[in-house]
Design a protein around this ligand. Sequence first.
Ligand SMILES: Cc1ncc(C[n+]2csc(CCOP(=O)(O)OP(=O)(O)O)c2C)c(N)n1
Ligand SMILES: [Mg+2]
Length: 801
Amino acid sequence: MGSTKVLKKVGLKVEDILSDYRLAVESREASIIGRKEVFMGKAKFGIFGDGKELAQIAMAKVFRNGDFRSGYYRDQTFMMAIDGLTVQEYFAQLYAHMSVEAEPASGGRMMNGHFANRLLDENGKWKKQTEMKNSSSDISPTAAQMPRLVGLAYASKLYRQNTDLHDQTDFSIKGNEVAFGTIGNASTSEGHFFEAINAAGVLQVPMVISVWDDDYGISVPKEYHTTGGSISEFLVGIQRAKDKLGYEIIKVKGWDYDALVAAYQKAEKVAREEHVPVFVHVNEITQPQGHSTSGSHERYKSKERLEWEKDHDCNVKFKEWILENELASEEELTKLEKEAKASAKAARAAAWEAFISEIKQEQKQATDILDALAEESAQGAAIIQLVAELKKTVNPIRLETTRVVKKVLRLTRNEETSARASLVAWLEKSEALNEERYSSLVMSESDEASIKVAEIKAKYSENSPLVDGREVLQACFDAALSRDPRVFAIGEDVGKIGDVNQAFAGLQDKYGELRVTDTGIRETTIIGQGIGAALRGLRPITEIQYLDYLLYAIQTLSDDLATLQYRTAGGQKAPLIIRTRGHRLEGVWHSGSPISMILGSLRGINVLVPRDMTQAAGFYNTMLKSDDPALIIECLNGYRLKERIPDNIGEFTVPLGVPEVLREGTDVTVVTYGSMCRVVMQAAEELEEIGVSVEVIDVQSLLPFDVDKKIVESLKKTNRVIFADEDVPGGASAYMMQKVVEEQGGYFHLDSQPVTISAKEHRPAYASDGDYWSKPNVETVFDKVYALMEEVDPQRFPKLY
Ligand SMILES: Cc1ncc(C[n+]2csc(CCOP(=O)(O)OP(=O)(O)O)c2C)c(N)n1
Ligand SMILES: [Mg+2]
């Protein structure tokens, strides 16, 4: 084919094509040098995008401002092609350069190959997404990018179809943005992949999902992963037809430049214009350096396969194509390759210099003080030796200096010199810096942080109606939906019937199907749908029907949502509210008590456990004012209990981390939450009848927990404490005990050993008797409190049984 014909076919100029080639070579060179850096000990681990350059360059051509990517660790070339990553930043991440300026995706917190742009400014406020090319932040678990991808695409549907959102131009221009996903072939075996593919097909959202198919997942070939060996053939049933909604499926080879360009032009057009999801299967992709720095692919690929990979290397094929079509000469390309390689080398050197000079500078500040201290100290010789060894380190890292400083402070513990004082000051400053570097931003630190939302007390008047608890929530959600068009609720049975307990009853009729929406039974993509939409400026309330089913979504919640602010060092946020109901119903899968699982896996998300629907409503109002995510667990057995609707139902807020004393007492403090509040209050009344005075505290919010350390005040009065809940022994009751007895220093005020009350080690058996002998009840609480009193005064409180 003549060169003009070719240019016409791909719709590109020669210089564009040569610039693509240059980028392909530069990105490849970055992969090659990156691997060497790891083997030289300058970085801990490396995973690279070599072999996958060309498809990414083609995809980048149709990626516009406002669009979003949700991908994985192979996408460096795409990120470079959209100007979302420099080669220097790429290396800064490889080295773990703890600086947002040097490494904007994660401030050095994430492993190499984990990409993201900064959606937030330095104050944690949204930047204009419609003026940027956006990439949601990658995570390592395979296919974990899929649930979020559904939400990123779903946001476009809402922005297009809900005209009340058309003025949100920082986030969307009438829903014209496409969400591009990428995933490895082997990762398509995960449940998350299938759930997300189905969800996006049902929802009909503008999503283009590409599979980078290199036939392997580490060492395991495709026949172990995919029925029939081809994911696009597996999925033929989702192909749309005249009378059937579905996907457009496109199959293309990963080394075929003009076919790739055409494939992505088509994919984008269908997704952007028609809001139809597109599945792009890019096969015949290679892995020139194998999977990662953890091993070589010669161990598991045959000689023939390795040979085939050499021949089908996309950069090699691209060069052949350029030459065949006479778009450039061999010499021109060689010159271009040289330049690209030199540029990658220079970027590596600059990244290393920036990274290592900061560390060396910090080390030098410490060694200067150490040198001075050696002169003054009786331990001089030992210090000189430690410092000499430290200075010898070839590629120093921070911990080596800190270790030496701490050793020297131990050696000189009996000395008091100004140099030693300077060393202590150095350590304190360094620890504060490292706290900031490694442990900040688990939660939002903006002025919208949930912890900063001020309390507005609920107001009542004579006319405040007494209703079923669910109606309190219904009034709260009604107010939220009418106040803010960005708020929407989704979940199983949430739409038409207004959820299984009817807190949204009638609200779909009032606000329409886009605001209060039924979903399929697919917990992890319900959460992903929320995360993606929240990333794009919306305010989703996503419902998990019963707390026990949170397990289906726990991976997405834990790995994606909970880590988001932290792993991006404040570059991204998803203020998602997850609504669910738990604590108490009946049986093994409806008992709603896996609270320690939640506390253990969801740091980064507020975990709120309101005792009734009014407190729950206050938490919803608080969270809708904040930019943090929260899990709000309503009491399953509380929807029909009578409560009064506050007059300011849409405004009042319940502050986070503030426990409430439900009943004052002097003998024993019982700390509890959720449905157990009513159980403990009943037991307290019965104990009062025999002369035991119980103080009952509802912690209300487990994460954060009692931020002003108020509970210990109660222990100062009662000197006895019980932590009661419905989780397993050693679960959330032990968590509360650690907080109060250890963190708050409650230990110093105790005259009796601290006690926990929990459910049994198994899950509750079915029906009322099963519940009675599996979970704590009024009698359990009565007996435990009584036993404490018996120990104090056996005369007054003789053995009961
Ligand atoms: C949930 C989970 N299981 C296992 C791994 C370890 N792992 C990392 S990459 C990988 C193979 C992925 O292969 P594929 O999806 O084909 O992507 P490729 O690396 O070939 O581009 C595995 C098993 C992981 N990161 N996450
Ligand atoms: Mg693969």
